[in-house]
Design a protein around this ligand. Structure first.
Ligand code: WQD
Length: 337
């Protein structure tokens, strides 16, 4: 299929481009490069032999997006383009509403005009909110605890409405947990612009010496070591999940929802210890106040996607940290543009 990947120059998007091309699909990327890097697509070209075409535009510009659909025969869309940091969403909620919600409405309008009726949406486990320690399946209640999570739930609901009234729209929502790591080749990885908002990229920059120490937000959570627990999942496993979703869109008579995670919970201190083992030296940290919008624990029950598609994660936490560190070592200057 010819797949439009919005946000394809970003972390998860670029890794998904590799898996799509390796699976024989054609890929077109649209990205405003506010967070992503054109160089990441050059790296996709190195890995697959095909450098995806990039159209640089803001997806909230519906006219520009309609022009893109008019120039390319798109079969399906994978929609990553969004702001995605829980902490930042509390500081600038209206920017999150604009980029994430207005951007999705704009995409749905352009898709409807172009009669492109297949969508895989990058959603998030943060929709589940505080779970008092239970494993989360797709029927777990939604309780978004921050503006970012609220935008993802709102987009899922907008997509469901478009599927109900939008003439033949088919959609699959993937609620992923915490994607981390990098392509095992060391060629492609995660590089946030500015100060990393997520724990793993920040820890990686402590390891390179760019950051002095990791702030661990909260040591008084009701967990074994007092730090919050997340379900870290290898970015390549998440990327493969998107290819699997494309292969099942024709079955999606109703909008479908799948968790992508490992089912394994890891605390911040455990993640820190694993990364230290990988790097081979102490990585300084300080335990500070909790971050607003955080919850103690988010761990997936992924039995639904395993039963439906046979999707299983291939990589464990050690591999995630090893692949992240390899990328950092091989790319000390990061992406060039
Ligand atoms: C993880 C833990 C922090 C930074 C992410 C993505 C979101 C979604 C879900 C896909 C928390 C702690 C963090 C730091 C820290 N994924 N932390 N020091 O908030 O779970 O959300 O996964 O859609 O897009 O943002 O990830 O890495 O920010 O936080 O102690 O410098 O690490 O408090 O407990 P989060 P995160």
């Amino acid at each position: 299929m010819k797949v439009l990947v919005t946000g394809g120059a970003g972390f998860i998007g670029s890794h998904t481009c590799v898996e799509l091309l390796d699976a024989g699909h054609d890929v077109l990327v649209v990205d405003d490069l506010s967070a992503g890097f054109a160089d990441a697509l050059d790296r996709v070209g190195v890995l697959t032999g095909v450098r995806p075409e990039l159209e640089v535009l803001d997806i909230t510009d519906t006219a520009a997006l309609c022009g893109l659909f008019a120039r390319h025969a798109i079969d399906a869309v994978i929609h990553f383009a969004a702001r995605k940091a829980v902490g930042e969403s509390i500081e600038i909620p209206l920017e999150y509403f604009h980029t994430n919600v207005t951007g999705t409405i704009s995409l749905l309008r352009a898709m409807r005009e172009a009669k492109v009726r297949q969508l895989v949406f990058s959603s998030s486990c943060s929709i589940y909110g505080d779970t008092n320690g239970t494993l989360l399946d797709e029927q777990s209640p939604s309780a978004p605890a921050n503006p970012y999570a609220w935008t993802k739930l709102t987009c899922e609901q907008l997509i469901a409405q478009e599927c109900a009234y939008g003439e033949g729209m088919r959609a699959i929502n993937l609620r992923y947990f915490n994607p981390i790591g990098a392509h095992p080749s060391g060629v492609l990885g995660e590089q946030p612009r500015g100060v990393p908002r997520n724990v793993l990229p920040y820890l990686a920059e402590v390891a390179t010496g760019e950051r002095e120490y990791l702030q661990i937000f909260g040591g008084d959570y009701p967990t074994d070591d007092g730090t919050a627990i997340r379900d870290y999942v290898h970015v390549v496993d998440v990327a493969a999940g998107h290819v699997a979703a494309l292969n099942h869109l024709e079955d999606a008579d109703e909008p479908q929802l799948f968790n992508l995670g490992t089912g394994v919970g890891t605390s911040v201190l455990e993640l820190h210890a694993q990364y230290e083992r990988e790097v081979g030296r102490e990585l300084p940290y300080r335990i500070t106040e909790r971050r607003r919008g955080d919850v103690p624990r988010l761990v997936a029950d992924c039995s639904r996607v395993q039963d439906a598609w046979g999707w299983h994660t291939q990589y464990d936490l050690a591999q995630m940290c090893a692949d992240s560190w390899r990328f950092m070592q091989r790319n000390p200057e990061g992406y060039s543009r």
